[in-house]
Write a new protein. Structure first.
Length: 572
């Protein structure tokens, strides 16, 4: 609950400068067709009341909500235009990293006492209206490269932590402070740089909040084994698990198995954290996290599955266990087979070269053992008692089927590109290219049909639910579409499959079919000019969600089996 946005904190902290936004218009600082459109479905006043009730409910059950403090105008917590225009804060310089060019996501320069004081007003406003000063949290200057010189950049980041902590201690001298680890991962700190930060922190009232313990090292990043925390400084071990678009079944299980025992054996490790960036998350990783948080002795999903299925599915345990076990090899390929359906415009525009074909062939050869088991897997999926009234079975059957189908679509799309290259080199005929394109379309269609069977994947269903609770801002539908269609968030959403991905795929297939039919083997194997993908996006935004809603289904079990049969037929 740390990064759910600020609702009406600016209005409460700066009532003279920041009015409540209109309930029937876009947010003044909204950037259309993007995740920077934060137009709310419900008025901020109402959201504030909901926030108060949710946090009170959590506290009554022994849960804690660390209070954000310091440089919190990042990511989900944007600065209203009204504040920027009235107060005109100076910003921390930024030579690299994210959020350049949008002042609502910029960090105010806390070398200026007034900016630091204003940040504190937001923290205190949350405490007064919603929270409690029991624990605090800061992300520092996360995702920002302030200076190009690495030593200078480290110095200002250390300075920011000193300033933030000093301000906290003015008001709450003994309260625990969580130092979030995201900046250590991206843009990345070396182990020695994190060790320099630890020298500034008191282990008496500070905890290093590592929620990237399961992630691979990238760029210039390091992990907790290189920071000098083991045995010396309080810290949390945490699973990041998934970015916004990664709401399929996945898990860095091998890395967790390697690293979790180190945390479990360290008396200075004070907790286990699960930190996905999305809402519809992975039921198996949730069980894995819960089990190992209390007793870290079940370090593979295979060990966990029998008890998990018995407890979760009861009478359907045997069939669900068989489906999970058959699906796991493909589930684990989330890095090798990313969700390519969300990037079709980019994929279609890339030239198919001999090197690209060779790379695809080498990649697919390594994955052949997992992919060739797909027909048997489809039999296990088709045998699931979907639609018989068991909510957990229905939820997880769709999760299993869509995850596997997503992996298989990526395989089919890679094969499609490779077949185009083979045609160019004289190793495949026109029919082979057309058949490969048709398989991609069939898999996307089956995926669409699966998503139609569960309301978790339908934006229109979400809109209907919102309207039953409180009147909805008429501009929110466009904001919802923009937060679904943008390049960062695109994922398993029914309306995107029927009115976006499939239409993009049709453009790509039509181009490839026309190219091979024309016989031109001398030009580069890519569209001579960009395909009209923008027209697809424009039509998506113009079409009302109600007209995109999934069709009514009289027999959901039969529809599920039919969709699985389509998957099987597409890869035979």
């Amino acid at each position: 609950m740390l990064r759910i946005g600020m609702d009406d904190l600016f209005q409460k902290a700066f009532p003279e400068a920041v009015p409540y936004p209109p309930a029937d218009a876009p947010l003044p600082e909204a950037v259309a067709r993007s995740y920077d459109d934060r137009t709310s479905a419900w008025p901020l006043q109402y959201r504030g009341e909901l926030r108060k009730r949710v946090l009170r409910y959590a506290r009554d059950r022994g849960l804690m909500h660390p209070e954000d403090t310091g440089t919190m105008t990042h990511w989900y917590s944007r600065t209203p235009n009204a504040f920027l225009e009235k107060v005109r804060p100076a910003f921390v310089p930024q030579a690299g990293g994210a959020y350049r060019g949008n002042p609502t996501g910029a960090v105010w320069d806390i070398r200026d006492d007034q900016n630091l004081d204003n940040y504190w007003k937001l923290t205190q406003a949350h405490i007064d209206a919603y929270g409690a000063p029991d624990m605090f949290h800061t992300i520092g200057l996360a995702e920002r490269m302030v200076f190009t010189n690495r030593a200078d950049n480290l110095e200002i980041k250390l300075y920011a932590y000193r300033r933030i902590i000093s301000k906290l201690r003015e008001h709450y001298p003994a309260a625990p402070m969580l130092i979030a680890s995201w900046d250590f991962y991206y843009p990345g700190w070396s182990g020695q740089e994190v060790a320099e930060l630890l020298k500034l922190l008191s282990p008496e009232n500070t905890i290093l909040f590592d929620y990237t313990s399961d992630l691979p090292q990238i760029h210039r990043s390091s992990d907790f084994t290189q920071w000098g925390v083991i045995g010396t400084f309080p810290w949390f071990f945490g699973i990041f698990h998934a970015y916004e678009w990664e709401n399929d079944l996945r898990g860095n299980y091998d890395r967790i198995k390697e690293r979790l025992p180190l945390a479990a054996a360290d008396p200075m490790c004070k907790g286990f954290v699960y930190w996905p960036e999305n809402s519809h998350s992975d039921s198996l990783i949730l069980e894995f996290f819960t089990k190992n948080a209390w007793q870290p002795d079940t370090l593979t999903p295979e060990e966990l599955l029998p008890a998990f299925c018995r407890d979760r599915y009861q009478g359907a345990a045997e069939q669900m266990l068989a489906a999970w076990q058959a699906s796991l090899p493909l589930i684990k390929l989330h890095q090798e087979l990313p969700l390519e359906f969300r990037n079709l415009a980019t994929f279609a525009g890339r030239e198919v070269t001999a090197k690209r074909v060779a790379d695809i062939r080498a990649k697919l050869a390594k994955l052949e053992p997992q992919v060739k088991a797909f027909p048997e897997l489809c039999e296990k999926l088709a045998a699931l008692p979907y639609g018989t009234g068991a909510a957990f079975v229905d939820r997880d059957a769709i999760d299993l089927a869509r995850t596997v189908a997503g992996r298989l679509f990526s395989v089919a799309l890679y094969r499609y590109a490779a077949t185009q290259g083979d045609w160019l080199a004289g190793r495949a005929d026109t029919g082979a290219v057309k058949a490969a394109g048709a398989r991609c379309t069939a898999l996307l269609t089956a995926l669409r049909d699966l998503l139609a069977l569960h309301e978790d994947y339908a934006m229109n269903a979400s809109m209907d639910k919102l309207r039953t609770v409180h009147p909805v801002n008429p501009c929110f539908e466009q904001a919802l579409k923009g937060n679904a269609e943008n390049g960062y968030c695109r994922s398993y959403i029914y309306e995107l499959f029927n009115d976006y991905y499939l239409k993009q795929m049709a453009l790509y297939v039509a181009w490839a079919d026309g190219r091979v039919a024309g016989g031109d083997k001398t030009s580069p194997m890519k569209p001579a000019k960009p395909l009209p993908m923008q027209a697809v996006a424009d039509a998506f935004y113009a079409k009302p969600l109600r007209e995109m809603a999934p069709p009514a289904c009289a027999d959901r079990g039969a529809a599920f089996r039919a969709a699985v049969d389509k998957l099987a037929a597409a890869v035979r």
